[in-house]
Design a protein around this ligand. Structure first.
Ligand code: 6MZ
Length: 350
């Protein structure tokens, strides 16, 4: 059971979401609604409804099967636009004031090019500015399963989109099923992304893999996703852990995602604990709020209960996240003002 007072505090707390995959963030309601428009044959629609109802992810493998099903629904620009609008609305309603949405450009034969995909997400981001009090940015994802050629193509599209929308397209992500594909081949693409002015947010050590983790650290990414298996107690090594701590690379931590995919044993054993105690830069994220039935407020609540954080510490954790955003200095200053005003109001009414 959630503590009502704590949950309400976490919901009201201004929050920064830096690790959210668009397709994994679509709520069940939106997904079921959109499935009607997807043109799926009747039997597949029924199957999808059953799967959504019973969606319980117990491993990374199951989780990636669920993404494949969601991708059967999000097959044309009008659906992508609507999905992104709803996801942004959900985050805004949850008290998120700054959101970096990441997504893998997808081509669907006969109904959508990758460029149309990106433009649909960007359209939604622009439109949502007039509706919700939230700043939204886009990170273009590279899916390791799709291979290096697709990665090069996605980077090229990201470069072109950034030229036209520099206020929206802000970074490059490397993600996908960590059990699939060797990392080495992607190094030149990610180096090129860096040279093209993109900060990198790379999924790293979601499962144990010492060599890959070293290679990722060598790229000096601006942020790491998950970072589950650095510590020797979590499948990493003392050397890897030391390297992470001394590099001070901010880590995006997704508590529920890691517990549900069984990449950590339980909340208590989550590496949040080590990193927080070390004063290492960290930011809480939802990863896939639709697939894991969570929200950023719920993640703050879980962190508070599991690691005994008080309201001041929660505010500070959220406030410090601004430092790691791929936003402009001006936007970061504006966000800091929002946070300070919120805190001041809270103190005045206490
Ligand atoms: C690695 C993940 C992920 O891009 O179609 N994705 N990659 N680890 C995770 N932990 C659970 N969760 C999501 O959103 C879905 C895609 O995001 C990546 C996968 O490539 C997934 O197919 P988009 O919007």
């Amino acid at each position: 059971m959630m503590n009502e007072g704590l949950l309400s505090f976490c919901e009201k707390l201004p929050k920064v979401e830096l690790h959210a995959h668009l397709n994994g963030s679509i709520s069940d309601e939106t997904l079921l609604e959109l499935s009607q428009a997807s043109g799926l044959p009747e039997e597949e629609l029924v199957e999808l409804h059953n799967i959504v109802k019973n969606m319980k992810c117990r491993s990374l493998k199951e989780c990636f099967k669920i993404f494949d099903i969601i991708h059967k629904v999000t097959v044309k620009p009008s659906i992508i636009r609507r999905a992104a609008m709803d996801v942004i609305k959900d985050f805004a309603n949850d008290g998120v004031v700054y959101l970096e949405l990441r997504s893998t450009p997808r081509r669907v034969e006969g109904s959508m090019t990758k460029k149309e995909y990106i433009n649909a997400v960007i359209d939604s981001i622009r439109e949502s500015r007039n509706i919700h009090p939230i700043i939204v940015k886009l990170i273009i994802s590279i899916d390791r399963k799709a291979g290096v050629l697709e990665a090069e193509e996605n980077l090229q599209l990201a470069i072109e989109a950034k030229e036209i929308h520099p206020d929206i397209v802000v970074g490059v992500d490397f993600s996908g099923n960590p059990a699939i594909g060797a990392f080495d081949g992607f190094i030149p693409v990610l180096e090129k992304a860096h040279k093209s002015g993109f900060p990198l947010a790379l999924h790293c050590a979601e499962v144990p893999s010492v060599e890959e983790t070293e290679n990722i650290l060598n790229l000096k990414p601006e942020r790491l996703g998950h970072g589950t298996c650095f510590h020797p107690d979590a499948g990493g090594t003392q050397e890897l852990w030391n390297a992470l701590i001394s590099a001070k690379i901010p880590v995006e931590l997704c508590l529920t995602s890691n517990v549900m995919t069984a990449t950590v044993k339980d909340y208590k054993n989550h590496h949040f604990d080590y990193l927080y105690k070390h004063g290492h830069p960290i930011v809480l994220g939802t990863d896939d709020k639709g697939v894991f039935s969570t929200s950023l407020s719920a993640e703050y609540c879980i962190a508070a209960k599991t690691f005994e954080l008080n309201n001041d510490q929660l505010w500070q954790l959220s406030y410090d996240s601004i430092n790691y955003a791929f936003a402009s200095d001006y936007e970061k200053e504006k966000l800091r003002e929002i946070f300070k005003e919120w805190k001041q109001k809270l103190l005045n009414t206490a």
